[in-house]
Design a protein around this ligand. Sequence first.
Ligand code: NAP
Length: 527
Amino acid sequence: MITGKNYIGNQLSAKGSKTYKTFNPQLNIENDSTYTEATSEEIDEAVALASEAFKVYRTISGKQKAEFLNTIADEILALDDALIKTYCSETGLPEGRAKGERGRTVGQLRMFANLIEEGSWVEATIDTALPNREPMPRSDIRKMLVPLGPIVVFGASNFPLAYSTAGGDTAAALASGCPVIVKSHPMHSGTGELVASAIVKAAEKTNMPNGVFSNINSSGIAVGTQLVKHSGVKAVGFTGSIKGGRALYNLAAQREEPIPVFAEMGSINPVVVLPEALKNRSGSLAKTYAGSITLGTGQFCTNPGLLLGLKSEGLSNFIENLSNEIINIEPSCMLHPNIIGAYENKKQKAISQSSLTVTADYDSEVQTNYARQAIATVEGKTFMENQTLHQEVFGPYSIVVQCENKGQLEAIISNLDGQLTGTLIADNNEASNYSKVISALQNRVGRIIYNGVPTGVEVCPSMVHGGPYPSSTDSRFTAVGIHSIKRWVRPFSYQDWPNDLLPIELKNENPLGVSRLVNKKQTSDKL
Ligand code: NAP
């Protein structure tokens, strides 16, 4: 079923000579299938097809696009065991996680299908003409959101389904009316090809234009670079490292026509633990956090990599409890030898910094590609002065910072890089005594959590998954939930345009009954 070829539009294609294989980290062996990297010519073909497809796809009704998205979801489910087995063989992740992520992927597709079928997401805004206005008459002006054009999506290593081929970025872009070219992640190209086959089948079944979707294989940065520089590409979605995201952002900015790159990158997700909470539930908090730090072998962008508290007996007890709890958790497999290699290097670099104490470091034998979890602690002053300690260690590692006082806690938070999340652990009314700390935290993050853990991102309209740089390149947008569609559109106005030529959402009759802002009043009525 897996061919190792690229999908250039609806056609399988493998004109190149550069090949590679994926890797099974559980078995520590290469998988069987061989993948052919796309050639420069194939990339040009995919972009040309996407540009042609856009001419048609941008005009297709929300109802038809919704049918396309729902059919993709059906076809992904129809892949059944073949998809789950391939996913597990390319990631080392367990079957339960594969099925959970498939559920989320299908759910996201259906969520966008519902959104576009209903239609109000285009934010139709109408200001009717005032021909008798003095001193100047007013024209009839109508605005709505329209798609940008072909989008390149870089599949994420840590979410082979929910943030890759048919993941959140792809679902949102297709929903908005943009064709998508996926730069498949080389660590899970088999999973990528299977999902791509589901998308292509759905496109054919629902009569979508050829080129609405392509899936490109690569095993190095050349393919991604060409795609981002291509004049036919109008925006980029990316999930991965700060280094990778920033490189693509710079490339896009240097183009003759700069384009937006919506990159969701590293984050250490600070957690502030207040004294009363530590006094009352140090044991249970330690257990919960040992679980959150090691969840998915720490390979989540919302992994809590930084815990901050006020120096006290309560904090010392918590560090001891957390260290004991985390050592008792069975180590688990990482996604790929490169990922575990990066984890070991970054962990080593972090824990070898001066004035840092390692309070837990799993030192028993582990299977190859299994990660050894660790906890370290430092004084607030040391943390403030050493930027290395602020860097993401992607994996099951966290550092606990012992602050001298509230002022130092606030200063540390204020000087952190931008983060996806911040968490406050507090009891009773103690949060009200930390308003400056909370305000500082709010200013550095995209989502703030009270008495919970940052791992686990609910897919819902109110979710913000994004934050100040470098957690994302544009903190005005979320990468999760229905509002992520706004990354792929631009506002567009029609002035004095005849009613019969207007798009359906802006017509006087309002045939879809969408909610519109008409002469400053929100209504679903016709004009
Ligand atoms: P990555 O190195 O950022 O790569 C992600 C994708 O971007 C890959 O497909 C890669 O292509 C491409 N890419 C990277 N740099 C590029 C460049 N300069 N030009 C063009 N394309 C480029 O991330 P990764 O492979 O998923 O994992 C590596 C590390 O990233 C992890 O160890 C972790 O530290 C971090 N990471 C963080 C998160 C998070 O959510 N915070 C998520 C995933 C990974 P090729 O593979 O084809 O070269």
